[in-house]
Design a protein around this ligand. Structure first.
Ligand code: ASP
Length: 338
């Protein structure tokens, strides 16, 4: 096993041990199942396609415990990183459709088909949608000692220093990548992108001063912004975020075209029995109504979706609409597909 594989294997074990539930890590999760009446009678794994400690991971761990309590089972969170979330999503697309392997993914589910020539899965065909979870604002943040003081200064700075400025992201297809693409197409500047396996490690490097700036969800950046460990320029939603009241919106700060919020949803492989999909969706609704979850999300600048959106139908409609929207925006932006 090479260093990278060994690192990944270790990271996965650590991520699996640091779980919400009462499981012995690595206890059997494969094989059998699919019986809706007795579901769940073994551990459920929620695959997070980015690093532990990042925003997608944070949201998943918030809802996993109340979902497990409602289902009367145990949920393990497993981080399967790589290629902007497409490695983990591909793994789940190919998993047994028995309800024991679930995917948490975000807006990247709708952008990846336009960014990759051969993705290995089709979002609408290879998954059952379970329900939407939350829609998270993004922030544009920089290392603390990065020279530009405002978003307008940042735009001027990157125009003058294009070749030198580094922009972190979580790989092609990640929300941070998408927001960075929008920033570059809006400003007309091509930056040096530095890809990570998730924005958890990217933010660590930003705090450490190894990269200049990035876009990331408030679910990851709020704590570091509040602690003054990073410089924040703007939030990418039309309204300011209650938990970060002093942070202007991109429109207020002079870049009204840069708007993005990161919707998240739960998926299972296509052909998972509908009764199981419904059980998962009901558990998701219970988790999203949990006061602890609502409070934790509010602290991190977000909120659960309304109950009627935590359904397979609402989620599928959103995915369908977003696939069309982003295919056009990405095609119009002239981004090179890899
Ligand atoms: N959600 C982040 C992004 O798309 C990645 C992560 O969760 O680490 O950039």
């Amino acid at each position: 096993m090479g260093t990278t594989s060994r690192y990944r294997a270790t990271a996965r074990v650590i991520a699996a041990i640091g779980v919400v539930s009462l499981v012995a890590a690595c206890s059997g999760n494969g094989g059998g199942g699919g019986d809706a009446a007795s579901y769940p009678d073994q551990n459920i794994t929620i695959v997070v396609p980015f690093s532990a400690g990042g925003p997608t991971d944070t949201v998943t761990r918030m809802i996993a415990e109340p979902m497990a309590a409602k289902l009367g089972g145990k949920i393990v969170v497993q981080n399967v990183e790589g290629a902007g979330g497409t490695v983990g999503a591909g793994d789940v697309a190919r998993a047994k459709p028995d309800g024991y392997t679930v995917l948490m993914h975000h807006i990247g589910m709708s952008t990846a088909p336009a960014l990759y020539k051969s993705l290995g899965y089709k979002p609408l065909d290879d998954f059952e949608t379970v329900g939407l979870v939350t829609e998270v604002p993004m922030t544009i943040v920089a290392r603390k000692d990065f020279a530009p003081a405002t978003l307008q200064d940042l735009v001027t700075h990157v125009k003058v220093n294009a070749g030198k400025v580094t922009l972190a992201n979580a790989g092609i297809g990640a929300a941070s990548h998408l927001c960075g693409l929008l920033f570059q197409s809006t400003t007309g500047v091509k930056l040096q992108e530095v890809p990570y396996q998730g924005t958890g490690p990217a933010l660590t490097d930003l705090v450490g001063g190894q990269v200049d700036f990035m876009c990331d969800q408030t679910t990851n950046t709020s704590g570091q912004i509040a602690a003054g460990k990073v410089k924040a320029y703007a939030v990418t939603t039309p309204e300011r975020v209650k938990s970060l009241p002093d942070l202007p919106t991109t429109a207020e700060a002079g870049l009204p075209q840069l708007k993005v919020s990161v919707w998240h949803g739960l998926y299972v492989p296509a052909d998972t029995p509908q009764e199981i999909v419904q059980k998962l969706s009901e558990a998701l609704k219970v988790a999203l109504a949990d006061q602890g979850v609502i409070d934790q999300m509010a602290k991190l600048g977000t909120a659960p979706v309304p109950a009627q959106d935590a359904t397979p139908e609402a989620h599928r409609a959103k995915l369908d609409e977003q696939l069309g929207t982003w295919a056009k925006i990405i095609a119009d932006s002239g981004v090179k597909v890899s």
